[in-house]
Design a protein around this ligand. Structure first.
Ligand SMILES: C[S@@+](CC[C@H](N)C(=O)[O-])C[C@H]1O[C@@H](n2cnc3c(N)ncnc32)[C@H](O)[C@@H]1O
Length: 319
């Protein structure tokens, strides 16, 4: 748990270490559900890329010419153990991983609005395989901690970063519910694709503001419904076929939530409708995707008859 060194003494290190160790004991069990990701991680971590590139749309970790053809085939087989790949694109030793999401589009919308990350302590909550963490590398953060409770994504990030070798990136199996273990700890927090999955969005935002240092910045992205009314959709069961979706706000509603949670300088800087160009089935994600969630007769509605999703992006400061 090397990342403790990056935090100050206001943190209850013992409580954090207890949570970390409990999660490590859980994930280190010799059970099929863990081994299916741990074994490919261990195999992939024997390779170390010479060339890495995180400044372009595709995160490149190693070039084809760095490995023999047979080795490249083995790497591909190991990478496919992490399917379905949700976030990307990546190129790993010449293997192109075309993920379900064109995550570079989200990054490009954010990029102009990012605070200076250089020398900063950053959290990426729900970091998935770390695509955005890798994109932060050229901006020279001191340290980025990814929170990710999914074993699949946790080991996928660990495999990618073992090959890439970025020492200022790390991941833990923590969820956003553990953010209160980090009082006044982060200069910047990314909270993307998370808030509509939380049963108490305001309490979550209060915990997030408490985890920022004074003057720190939140970058938040959410699924949204169109319109400017201060309302939120609360689906009966699923929204766009996704269970565990609670409050889907308009941009105005998310602004109000942020304000009432204690943020200032709130700015909605981007909103756009979702599309099947950005989220789609690929060779690396063979399940249902955006088009399967939308009414085939009316693209402005989900299959449940709710307004089809938009995406909104806001920045906010802790006073
Ligand atoms: C919709 S994806 C968003 C991924 C990424 N942040 C993005 O914006 O593209 C939600 C991510 O949160 C992770 N997640 C699930 N439960 C979580 C929790 N309790 N706390 C934090 N992340 C969680 C999922 O495994 C998944 O990687």
């Amino acid at each position: 748990m090397h990342y403790l060194n990056y935090f100050h003494s206001e943190i209850d290190f013992r409580a954090l270490a207890e949570v970390h160790e409990r999660l490590q004991r859980w994930v280190n069990q010799q059970k099929k559900g863990f081994l299916r990701y741990r074994v490919p991680y261990e195999q992939l971590s024997t390779y170390r890329a010479v060339h890495t590139e995180c400044g372009a749309d595709t995160v490149t970790i190693g070039l084809a010419e760095e490995v023999a053809a047979q080795t490249q085939q083995e790497i591909k087989e190991q990478l496919r153990c992490f399917m379905p790949w949700r976030k990307g694109p990546f190129s790993v030793f010449g293997i192109d991983v075309d993920a379900e999401w064109r995550s570079e589009r989200k990054w490009n919308r954010l990029r102009e609005r990012l605070p200076d990350l250089s020398g900063k302590i950053v959290a990426d909550i729900g970091c998935n395989n770390g695509y955005y963490m890798f994109r932060m590398v050229p901006l020279k953060p001191r340290f980025v901690l990814g929170f990710e409770p999914s074993v699949q994504h946790y080991y996928c990030f660990k495999a990618l970063n073992a090959m890439a070798g970025f020492e200022n990136l790390d991941i833990d199996l923590l969820g956003v519910e553990h953010i209160s273990l980090f009082p006044q700890s982060f200069d910047v927090i990314f909270l993307m694709g998370i808030i509509y999955h939380r049963i108490s969005p305001i309490e979550l935002l209060k915990d997030v503001v408490a985890a920022l240092k004074p003057g720190g910045t939140l970058l938040i992205e959410s699924q949204a419904i169109p319109g400017n009314e201060p309302i939120a959709l609360f689906p009966e069961h699923t929204y766009a076929k996704v269970p565990g979706t609670y409050f889907v706000p308009t941009g105005k509603t998310l602004e109000n939530w942020l304000l009432r949670a204690g943020f200032s300088e709130i700015e909605l800087f981007c909103s756009h409708p979702m599309s099947s160009e950005e989220q789609r089935r690929t060779d690396w994600m063979e399940f249902e995707s955006y088009l399967d969630y939308i009414d085939p007769e009316d693209a402005s509605r989900t299959v449940e008859g709710y307004p089809a999703p938009w995406r909104i992006f806001l920045s906010a400061r802790k006073p």
